[in-house]
Design a protein around this ligand. Structure first.
Ligand SMILES: NC(=O)c1ccc[n+]([C@@H]2O[C@H](COP(=O)([O-])OP(=O)(O)OC[C@H]3O[C@@H](n4cnc5c(N)ncnc54)[C@H](OP(=O)(O)O)[C@@H]3O)[C@@H](O)[C@H]2O)c1
Length: 250
């Protein structure tokens, strides 16, 4: 069973498009008729993504932890010159890492926060400007169940994802004047490289009683939130947790 959205003539930015949820969303947006600006650090992966549909996919190599406002302006300006203003975007860049309180690596903790939170803020500051975005643009940013149910040793990741959820409420109030919307999506475990490369306990996974998500389980909601079917939804966080919250209290 599939639900599709018609994004013909629409333009979206996908930050973190080279892997996992962002890559799946980028491919589905293009399948739905959209043009996209794909952003990530891995040039080979950006090229591979672009080659899927060079007419509709533009790619830009940016590290969100050090991209300046000028970098974001450049990226959006170049895309606008080719395709026009954006109709929204997905911010999916994120890294995972353990930072136990008694022995954490400050650099790693900052990098986790910079990637999930400050990179998102810097992106939105430029992307939501009228010169770059059409009225009624929709933005979706990635949080995590860790924001509410952080496991031991996960304070930096949990705090960054909680900060994302907290920030979108004031952002929603600020950008609503242009008819723009912003929402966050908070999955539990999703089968991506992030999950493959990090240890997640069997106990955690077993609480996802409906199963561990695939990227497509998450992008259905993301595409809905980007679409006009969600025109009245803003400032909300949505869990896609496979039953984790329910399971946690069995
Ligand atoms: N997988 C899960 O279980 C899970 C659960 C809850 C929430 N999330 C969140 O969902 C989002 C997507 O996760 P995923 O599972 O799809 O992870 P993933 O497969 O590891 O993909 C992460 C993406 O972030 C990009 N990225 C990381 N650091 C970056 C940087 N400094 N600059 C630019 N791009 C950067 C990566 O691109 P490059 O390597 O090319 O830079 C990649 O495209 C993340 O925010 C994650 O925290 C994931």
């Amino acid at each position: 069973m599939s639900v599709t959205f018609d994004f013909t003539g629409k333009n979206f930015v996908v930050v973190g498009a080279t892997s996992g949820i962002g890559k799946q969303a980028a491919i589905e947006l293009v399948d739905g008729g959209a043009n996209i600006l794909a952003i990530g650090r891995n040039i080979e992966r950006l090229d591979a993504l672009k080659n899927i549909n060079p007419q509709k996919i533009s790619a830009k190599n940016l590290d969100v932890t050090c991209a300046t406002a000028e970098d974001w302006v450049d990226a959006l300006e170049n895309f606008k010159n080719k395709f026009g203003k954006i109709d929204g975007g997905i911010y999916s860049a994120g890294i995972y890492g353990l930072t136990p309180l008694n022995s954490f690596d400050t650099e790693l903790a900052r990098k986790i926060f910079d990637t999930s939170f400050w990179g998102m803020v810097n992106f939105l500051q430029v992307a939501t400007k009228k010169i770059f975005s059409n009225a009624k643009s929709s933005f979706v940013v990635m949080s995590s169940i860790a924001a509410s149910y952080g496991s031991k040793g996960l304070f930096a990741y949990a705090a960054a994802k909680a900060a994302v959820q907290a920030a979108i409420k004031p952002f929603a109030k600020e950008i609503i004047k242009n008819g723009h919307r912003i929402n966050s999506v908070a999955p539990a475990a999703v089968q991506t490289e992030m999950l493959e490369n990090n240890f997640i306990s069997e106990d955690f996974l077993s609480r996802q009683i409906l199963g561990v998500a695939t990227p497509a389980d998450i992008t259905g909601l993301i595409l809905f939130l980007l679409s006009s079917r969600a025109d009245l939804i803003t400032g909300q966080n949505f869990f896609v947790d496979g039953g984790y919250i329910v399971g946690a209290y069995v």
